[in-house]
Design a protein around this ligand. Structure first.
Ligand code: NAP
Length: 310
């Protein structure tokens, strides 16, 4: 029997997307058509589907959505050339290089070609550096999604003990930096555990907020959770189309609040991509958005990109 309060991502994503739609409409009214470009290399079936969904959603939100698809036989230089073209195109504001790219190509090297201000995934090394320093810039989507999800559901984070299982570049590491920042929705005592900490349950059992970020199905079990704790399932693995979350469903019985197996962090992550795209467009077009995402005029130097960082 589930006793934990559910923390769904759907309403959080809806709120963010509504703000993005308002911001896009404001930019369009100011004569700027925000554009989110996507690049897909190869024929990975899941990636083809993801890109299609993102393009459709971008168009629905009012973005232009130019797309380049390269064959699996493309060279590293071909990928770099497409990204460099988008960097140079003043009509393109955000760029997404769909992960993964075919074996033999280096995703991280390609990412470094991208203009960091156009990096809607927030994964460019410059953006990781900005995050570490608390400077404005696109935030990595999943960590930003988790902070937003907790804030939306009124889960206090400031001053509390957060334990993150996993130190990966996509989730655990940037989330630790984000939640340790001095801001009312963060400001936590953050601990990160991983395979180097053999007795990691000792840490997770004392967490007031436990974030699973390992990508190991079922790794978090009830005996790893402090009774009444908030449990956030970030890590997932896919077996074909089947989603296998890190958090075992039986944790529902111990946790005080928990993200649902499906429809938790995922939809908010996608919404963050579009928020980054809007901010990239605002930054490049030198307009400004207010806290609700509405465009409030010409901001002059740079615009309000990533302005809620601190
Ligand atoms: N929900 C979403 O929207 C979303 C979006 C993006 C990513 N994700 C998911 O987030 C997860 C993390 O991705 P990532 O790229 O940040 O991480 P990653 O590079 O896959 O690293 C996984 C981390 O988990 C740790 N780990 C793995 N097995 C462990 C074990 N048995 N005991 C203790 N620690 C263990 C690893 O420790 P070591 O460092 O010691 O190896 C590593 O730090 C993935 O499942 C990914 O699918 C979810």
């Amino acid at each position: 029997m589930t006793t934990a309060r559910l923390l769904p991502g759907g309403p959080v994503a809806e709120q963010i997307l509504a703000e993005v739609a308002r911001g896009v409409a404001g930019l369009r009214a100011a004569g700027v058509v925000p554009a989110l470009a996507t690049v897909l290399v190869g024929d990975d079936e899941a990636s083809v589907g993801y890109i299609r969904i993102k393009q459709r959603q971008a168009t629905e939100l009012g973005f232009a959505a130019p797309h380049v698809r390269l064959p699996a036989s493309a060279s590293q230089a071909d990928v770099h050339a497409v990204l460099a073209d988008f960097n140079a195109d003043a009509g393109v504001h955000g760029v997404l290089l769909q992960y993964p790219i075919p074996a033999g190509l280096d995703y991280d090297r390609a990412l470094q070609v991208l203009d960091p201000d156009a990096d809607v995934d927030g994964m460019h090394p410059v953006n990781m550096g900005r995050l570490a320093l608390g400077l404005p810039g696109p935030l990595p989507c999943t960590p930003a999604a988790i902070e937003a999800l907790l804030a939306f559901h009124g889960v206090p984070v400031a001053g509390r003990e957060v334990v993150i299982l996993g130190r990966g570049a996509t989730l655990g590491r940037p989330l630790a930096m984000l939640l340790a920042q001095k801001r009312s929705t963060a400001n936590a005592a953050v601990t990160v555990v991983h395979t180097g900490v053999a007795d990691w349950p000792r840490y997770t059992r004392r967490a007031e907020i436990l974030v699973a970020a390992a990508g190991v199905p079922g790794i978090v079990r009830p005996e790893h959770v402090r009774p009444g704790a908030v449990v956030v399932g970030g890590g997932v693995r896919y077996a074909g189309r089947r989603l296998l979350p890190d958090v075992d469903p039986s944790c529902d019985r111990v946790a005080g609040a928990i993200t649902p197996r499906v429809g938790g962090v995922g939809p908010v992550t996608v919404a963050m991509l579009f928020r980054n795209a809007l901010r990239a467009a605002v930054g490049r077009s030198r307009a400004e958005v207010d806290q609700q995402g509405a465009v409030v005029g010409d901001g002059g130097a740079g615009g309000g990109y990533g302005g809620d960082r601190r």
